[in-house]
Write a protein that binds this ligand. Structure first.
Ligand code: AMP
Length: 289
């Protein structure tokens, strides 16, 4: 595995891989790797044969300076995990390499209006801008993102489509701890007690699945059950419990077609998010989370 810090070096390595006929897969991350990130590399390796991972804690997507300052970093551990998982090239730029004077951005209309977009102004502009830059730097054939950050994944799918990035986007399932808690680098901030209390988030999604499978289609009815389950874990606060249409991420009242149920709640210093994608097309209820 090679580790490079400059745009010029990434371009040179990727150019050589492509010249050797290799299909390039790409997994962007902010590091502090866990099984969720590694699952994306494995998924990418099913579709490509040269794996690039970026590790960059992108200041532009942090709306809270404390969250940025306390974001966990352990590059040596990350390099070891990436290498074990088959990553060929790690791109680990510093902020100066990625950003000079910033005047151009990528932004998206309406998809950032709800869910995390309301609580984190500017966050999706930061994500889309950095991923567009990384796509132009790495020029992958395939890029893999996690369903865990569903609003990010759907927005990036739209960006790739609308702006004609020549690559295939894959959204891979959320990897969870045995308790059901979605893995996240921010879980490091949880105390044992908070970690235990937070398991109700995924339980509430299971309850929603159960209700949908029994024929319930009213969001009000499902939300009320989910809320009492989440309240039972005594979160410090609930940011949102929302249902939106998959394609435009606008709130819905009755389930049909493809939809997302998403939750964000604070446990101590950690803001945890989770979601479930629901597909009602074709008569059957399919829930993935
Ligand atoms: P991050 O380092 O948090 O920016 O995440 C980098 C990529 O890993 C994003 O595409 C995330 O959606 C994805 N990811 C984060 N957590 C998980 C998880 N538990 N399961 C699957 N993918 C994840």
């Amino acid at each position: 595995m090679e580790i490079v810090k400059t745009i010029e070096d990434v371009r040179e390595k990727v150019r050589a891989a492509k010249a050797a006929g290799r299909r390039v897969g790409f997994v962007p991350t902010m590091g502090y790797l866990h099984e969720g990130h590694l699952s994306l590399v494995r998924r990418s390796a099913e579709e490509s044969d040269y794996q690039v991972m970026s590790i960059f804690v992108n200041p532009m997507q942090f709306n809270n300076p404390q969250d940025l300052d306390s974001y966990p970093i352990d590059l040596d551990r990350d390099y070891a995990l990436a290498e074990e998982t088959g990553v060929d090239l790690v791109f680990v730029p510093d902020v100066g390499e990625m950003y000079g004077e910033r005047k151009a951005y990528v932004d998206i209309e309406t998809l950032a209006d709800h869910l995390c977009g309301s609580a984190r102004p500017g966050h999706f502009r930061g994500v889309l801008t950095v991923v567009a830059k990384l796509f132009n730097i790495v020029q992958p054939d395939v890029a893999v993102f996690g369903q865990k950050d569903i609003q990010q994944a759907v927005s990036l799918e739209k960006m790739v489509d609308d702006l004609n990035f020549p690559l295939t986007m894959i959204i891979a399932p959320t990897i969870r701890e045995d308790s059901g808690l979605a893995m996240s680098s921010r879980n490091k901030r949880l105390t044992d007690d908070e970690r235990e209390r937070a398991v109700v988030i995924s339980r509430s999604l299971k309850k929603a699945e159960e209700m949908l499978k029994k024929g319930e289609r009213s969001w009000k009815a499902i939300r009320s059950e989910m809320e009492s389950i989440i309240e039972s874990g005594k979160p410090d606060s609930i940011d949102y419990i929302s249902a939106v249409d998959y394609h435009d991420l606008q709130p819905l009242e009755t389930f049909s077609g493809r939809a997302v149920i998403a939750v964000a709640a604070f446990y101590g210093a950690a803001r945890l998010i989770d979601n479930m994608v629901i597909d009602l097309r074709g008569g059957e209820v399919t829930c993935s989370y």
